[in-house]
Design a protein around this ligand. Structure first.
Ligand SMILES: [Zn+2]
Length: 276
């Protein structure tokens, strides 16, 4: 069920939008990052860990979107963390008494009956500028930035040279901007610069969705994401393999995502009277 991608680091890839849950071995148990999507998958991860005598001792959500915030009772009651901004964002969302209906509307029909919402988003925000996940295991550096969602965190498992990128650096998803932010383009470019700054320390890249990559893929995907964001900024057609006829089967909808955000950015710049 769990597949090793580096020493002490395993993943489970969901069939649904290739979501990657990440398990990091610590001294007394594991850190579980973005546990997954469906109840049956999370139970299978819990069973796997129980069989190998590894309880979950900490959880982490890379960003405040439902597919990264789920949890299952079988995984136990370990503390779950996110950045302070991530936690504040989800707290505001959960304060709406109808939040479950809002999530239910977003659930794709093929998984909707098997997504447990009761424990969604029960995370503790780590104080701003926290640089490491507090747990008894290898150092996991928090690289916080504001691309894609408020308080989005990429994680660098330093001693195993693994970068967990959240929803950045995917081979199937294009950069999806946080269009509620004041300057989503610059936020995204700033995040890519941060990741570029650690690229030399990475041998294995695990994106939130898509294929695991090696060291060369880290730089290639940073370049690819940056080229996409530049094209979006400049109003050009991005020649991006993730969009259009070259998209992987099942990923054709990414073109709609692209058209949607291109349109919204164009409306914004019209409204603000800024060129481009
Ligand atoms: Zn996601």
């Amino acid at each position: 069920m769990l597949k090793q991608v580096a020493e002490g680091v395993l993943i489970h890839q969901s069939e649904f939008i290739q979501s990657n849950a990440v398990v990091v071995h610590g001294r007394a148990g594991v850190l579980l990052i973005d546990p997954g999507m469906t109840g049956s998958e999370m139970v299978a991860i819990a069973d796997d860990l129980r069989e190998s005598g590894q309880p979950v001792v900490a959880g982490f959500s890379t960003h405040p979107h439902w597919d990264h915030l789920l949890w299952h009772a079988e995984l136990g009651e370990a503390p779950r963390y996110g950045t302070a901004r991530c936690a504040a964002d989800i707290r505001a969302f959960l304060s709406n008494p109808h939040w479950k209906d809002d999530v239910a509307e977003e659930l794709p029909p093929e998984v909707a009956g098997d997504v447990p919402l009761d424990l969604l988003g029960r995370i503790t925000g780590l104080p701003a500028k926290t640089t490491q996940i507090p747990w008894d295991g290898p150092h996991v550096r928090i690289i916080e930035h504001q691309a894609h969602a408020p308080g989005h965190a990429a994680l660098l498992i330093e001693e195993h040279r693994v970068l967990v990128a959240g929803d950045l650096l995917s081979d199937v998803l294009i950069p999806m901007l946080d269009l509620s932010a004041a300057d989503p383009i610059e936020d995204y470019l700033a995040a890519l610069r941060l990741l570029e700054g650690v690229a030399g320390d990475v041998d294995v890249l695990v994106p939130g969705h898509g294929s695991v990559g090696g060291a060369a893929q880290v730089r290639a995907r940073i370049d690819q994401d940056r080229a996409y964001v530049h094209a979006l900024r400049d109003g050009h057609d991005p020649s991006d393999p993730r969009i259009g006829p070259s998209a992987k089967p099942g990923w054709e909808w990414i073109s709609d995502v692209h058209n949607g955000q291109a349109q919204r950015l164009a409306q914004r710049s019209e409204r603000d009277g800024t060129p481009g």
